[in-house]
Design a protein around this ligand. Structure first.
Ligand code: PBG
Length: 322
């Protein structure tokens, strides 16, 4: 007769709860929000059922809901009416993202960590995360100048944490220097360090009306490379990142675990649009139990080492975790 019986710890809800290693908490969830210039009514996003492009009014409403739900924060993305080659809308104080940031800080700045996406792709007519040189290649160092300007505009609008998602070399150091030189020493930096060139961003491109032709393979990471993602995280911490992130989350749990074991700062993960779309599509067919699958996916991301998770499920999951 066997004497080693691991099933003992699974026998009742009470003992399972007593030995559970990972517990989700609503404070560890961050809600990404899309705000589109010129909208009167929120606009549904076809490939992300339940997610919308917000007007400024509907933004105010969802911010109030987010504060009441007790989640950790929001990550704002802007969808401008006009775009140009240098992404001028990004550092224009009257650009939609900076306007939305001021609204968010005024409405819920005390209760929620208001964060902003710092990248040019929503604002450029070519859809790339940086400016292009005469050959049409993303010019790393010219882009850093644009990021510096965007960082100042976002900090001045009141963003508490800037999410650097452009994958340019030296972006964390450049933005830190720009902020510190202007006295914004308290503005925190979240570096999307291990950001992979992923097919799972597909629905996001619809969400932000992306103009991208081609791909981002010369700046985002090759999905085959784990070590390179960990290296980026290490470099970003050395440059002054306060938090580093892995993105997407679900297909990169190994990178997340290694990074969490390697760097001395918080590590977050982004459950991206395609991960959301897959769960929604399967649940809509009745092929998976939606709530269980969502909570399982978030638990797995936490278990792999993420301290917070950016997820389109933040509000719903917070309610389930009550
Ligand atoms: C770039 C950015 C992207 C996402 C967040 N920030 C898209 C990209 O790099 O193509 C994707 C988020 C998602 O898919 O949910 N500003």
């Amino acid at each position: 007769m066997t004497s080693i019986r691991p099933r003992r710890l699974r026998a009742t809800p009470a003992i399972r709860a007593a030995v559970r290693e990972t517990r989700l908490h609503r404070r560890e969830l961050v809600l990404p929000l899309f705000v589109r210039e010129g909208l009167d009514e929120p606009q549904p996003i076809g490939s992300m059922p339940g997610v919308v492009q917000h007007s400024l009014d509907s933004l105010r409403r969802v911010l109030a809901e987010a504060a009441a739900a007790g989640i950790g924060g929001v990550m704002l993305f802007g969808v401008p009416e006009g775009k140009d080659a240098r992404g001028s809308g990004g550092d224009d104080p009257d650009g939609i993202l900076n306007v939305a940031t001021r609204v968010a800080v005024a409405e819920v700045g005390e209760e929620l960590l208001v964060q902003t996406d710092l990248c040019l792709d929503e604002f450029t007519d070519h859809g790339h995360c940086g400016v292009l040189d005469e050959r049409g290649v993303v010019d790393n160092d010219a882009t850093l100048e644009r990021y510096r300007a965007m960082a100042l505009a976002q900090a001045e609008a009141g963003s508490a944490m800037l999410g650097l998602s452009g994958m340019m070399d030296g972006q964390v150091a450049a933005v830190r220097d720009a902020l510190d030189s202007a006295g914004h020493t308290a503005t925190a930096l979240l570096a999307y360090s291990a950001k992979y060139a992923s097919a799972f961003y597909g629905p996001f491109r619809e969400a932000v009306d992306s103009s991208l032709q081609g791909d981002r393979l010369t700046y985002q990471l090759d999905p085959a490379n784990a070590r390179e993602g960990v290296r980026e995280g290490t470099i970003n911490v050395a440059e002054g990142a306060d938090v580093v992130m892995v993105k997407p989350a679900g297909s990169y749990l190994d990178v997340l675990r290694t990074l969490a074991d390697t760097v001395p700062v918080p590590v977050w993960a982004y459950q991206v649009s395609g991960e959301y779309a897959m769960l929604e599509a399967a649940a809509a067919q009745g092929w998976i139990d939606r709530r269980r699958a969502v909570l399982e996916s978030l638990t797995a991301i936490r278990r792999a080492g993420a301290e917070s998770v950016l997820t389109y499920y933040a509000l719903e999951a917070a309610a389930w975790l009550e």
